[in-house]
Design a protein around this ligand. Structure first.
Ligand code: RIB
Length: 313
């Protein structure tokens, strides 16, 4: 079976649900607080696994009780955790998240064990993973580690998909090792200086990505939809209308679902349409990983909405 490798963060998300996100200095009542598995890398790996694809996660967790819970959860979702290091005397990555009724959120991230992922380990692990066809990376892990992962994959002939989140660490050096990018609106703006408002501005942003060496990608524009660029072509994909209750991890879910379809040989547009459906369904459910739909749930949703279904196996 084709294999997707994810290098990235694993966090325990401590999430408070509120009516409205408070403004600075304001105190508001919360509705509930939950501890739930998250982390951009782990979320992406779970999204791949829930699409029934073989996936290995390369990262670090701590030896605290959160680390044990995160490991157990990843195993239950059938992510290969044999490359996940559990470090002694180390706290796992954690986040403090607030989600309001509209589904929007803010996140505060404490790196913990994620900070200790080292580039030698990542290089050796990718080199040893002979089945890896696609490497999926984001930017909650140390910059030099992500760069090393991308360089190693490049040398091994592995396709690199970069989800540039959070985008404050993106450099041209990093971008030169990506085959494909999946930025959201804000990430596109930070990397290219372009605010996408229409097809013309999306084309300009895509041109800038191409100048930086990336010929293919999906520019996500939230509730509007997304623009797929592939060399000279640009295709707009409409967003799917749903009632959002929790957007945490929607981008990670998109990336994992996209990679799952891509590794199966679907076209870029088909892979993006598939990811669009999976991520739309995710925001209707709570939890960065718990909310990611299974392949069967995706099929059922396609039937219910009369949408073309791109699920392959
Ligand atoms: O992208 C969502 C994720 O970002 C959350 O699960 C949280 O852990 C933060 O890393």
């Amino acid at each position: 079976m084709a294999k997707i490798c994810v290098v990235g963060s694993v966090n325990m998300d401590i999430v408070t649900y509120v009516n409205d996100i408070p403004v600075r200095g304001q105190t508001v009542n919360g509705k509930k607080l939950v501890e739930t598995a998250g982390g951009k890398g782990a979320n992406q790996a779970v999204a791949v696994a829930k699409q029934n694809k073989d996936v290995a996660l390369i990262g670090c967790i701590g030896d605290d009780y959160h680390g044990d819970m995160l490991l157990q959860s990843l195993r239950e979702y059938k992510v290969d955790t044999s490359k996940l290091k559990q470090l002694q005397d180390t706290a796992s990555g954690k986040t403090s998240i607030v989600v309001e009724d509209s589904g929007e959120n803010f996140i505060i991230y404490l790196e913990g064990a994620n900070k200790k992922l080292d580039k030698g380990y990542v290089r050796n692990t990718i080199q040893a993973e002979k089945n890896c066809e696609v490497l999926l990376v984001q930017l909650e892990s140390p910059y030099d580690v992500v760069l090393e992962a991308m360089k190693t994959a490049h040398e091994q002939g592995i396709k690199v998909i970069l989800d540039p989140a959070p985008s404050n660490h993106v450099t041209d050096e990093l971008l030169q090792y990506a085959h494909l990018v999946l930025p959201n609106e804000q990430e596109t703006r930070e990397i290219t200086g372009i605010t996408i408002t229409d097809e013309a501005s999306a084309l300009t942003a895509a041109t800038i990505f191409k100048q930086k060496g990336i010929e293919q990608g999906v520019l996500k524009v939230g509730a509007t939809g997304s623009y797929v660029f592939d060399k000279q072509d640009m295709t707009f994909i409409d967003a799917i209308q749903v009632k959002a209750i929790d957007t945490v991890g929607a981008g990670d879910c998109f990336a994992g679902a996209f990679a799952s379809a891509y590794v199966d040989g679907l076209s870029l547009v088909e892979a993006a349409k598939h990811a669009n459906i999976v991520a739309a369904l995710k925001v209707t459910k709570a939890g960065a990983q718990d909310g990611i739909p299974t392949q069967q749930e995706v099929k059922d949703f396609c039937t219910e909405r009369n949408l073309p279904c791109y699920v392959t196996k």
